[in-house]
Design a protein around this ligand. Structure first.
Ligand code: SF4
Length: 241
């Protein structure tokens, strides 16, 4: 999120918002390169579809391992399942048979984290491979409250670059989608807009194309919400924007 400027597409102007409102005031904590925004967005959308994993430059950050997340394990996580003690796993509610989850310890730390390092790192579950806290930076969100403080710190440190206008336009559109989802939940059918940061960020990334359309400012909130839902549905079905 270096050197960014407002775009002329009007997506943010429609809500009287600016990029700077989404970017946490910074920062004494240093910065971490997040890469060109467009490249990251393409890679993350592919990861969402399961086409490829994320390649997150975590460095020595273990924020996602200490922040109270339950780790989902799918049947194909055979190597992880072979190494994680069965007594740490429970059936994943709402998932098909064979899907398990590994709850955190009471202090929020993953039970496989030992002395600050993942004890199954080479065989860690796909969930861990896919976790990419740049989604929160992309969507102008924090990961959560006090239990996500370490992740939030990294989120504030990420800096995307914008080598082309398309990078800026894409980030503008993701931010506008994120803002709309948060601010207009009643516009969605049956009020079914996500409310958790991860759900908001993922939906914004799936449906940001709605806000690339300069005609979006002439549409009603209900029409925009319907377009977000439909674009997300098409994404899940393997379609494009
Ligand atoms: S399994 Fe390893 S990488 Fe995944 S949350 Fe636990 S410690 Fe972190």
């Amino acid at each position: 999120m270096s050197a960014i400027s407002l775009l002329s597409c009007g997506c943010l102007a429609r809500e009287n918002l600016s990029l700077s409102q989404f970017i946490s005031p910074l920062v004494d904590e240093g910065t971490v390169a997040a890469g060109p925004f467009g490249d990251w967005l393409t890679q993350f959308r592919a990861a969402l579809r399961g086409d490829q994993g994320s390649a997150v430059p975590c460095g020595d950050c273990t924020g996602c391992c200490i922040s109270g997340y339950s780790i989902q394990l799918r049947p194909r996580d055979e190597r992880a399942l072979a190494r994680i003690p069965a007594n740490l796993l429970v059936r994943a509610p709402g998932f098909p048979r064979g899907h398990l989850t590994m709850p955190p310890r009471p202090d929020g730390v993953c039970p496989m984290l030992n002395a600050g390092k993942c004890s199954v790192y080479d065989d860690r579950p796909q969930t861990c491979l896919d976790y990419d806290c740049r989604i929160f930076a992309a969507a102008g969100l924090e990961a959560g409250g006090a239990d996500k403080a370490v992740i939030n710190l990294r989120v504030r440190q990420w800096r995307f670059t914008y080598p082309a206008r398309a990078d800026l336009e894409a980030h503008d559109a993701v931010l506008a989608a994120s803002a709309f989802i948060r601010q207009k939940p009643a516009s969605f059918p049956a009020n079914r807009a996500p409310t958790a940061p991860t759900g908001i960020a993922v939906l914004a990334i799936k449906a940001y194309g709605v806000f690339l359309d300069t005609g979006v400012s002439g549409r009603s909130d209900a029409e925009i919400a319907a377009a977000i839902v439909e674009t997300s549905r098409r994404f899940d079905a393997g379609g494009g924007h």
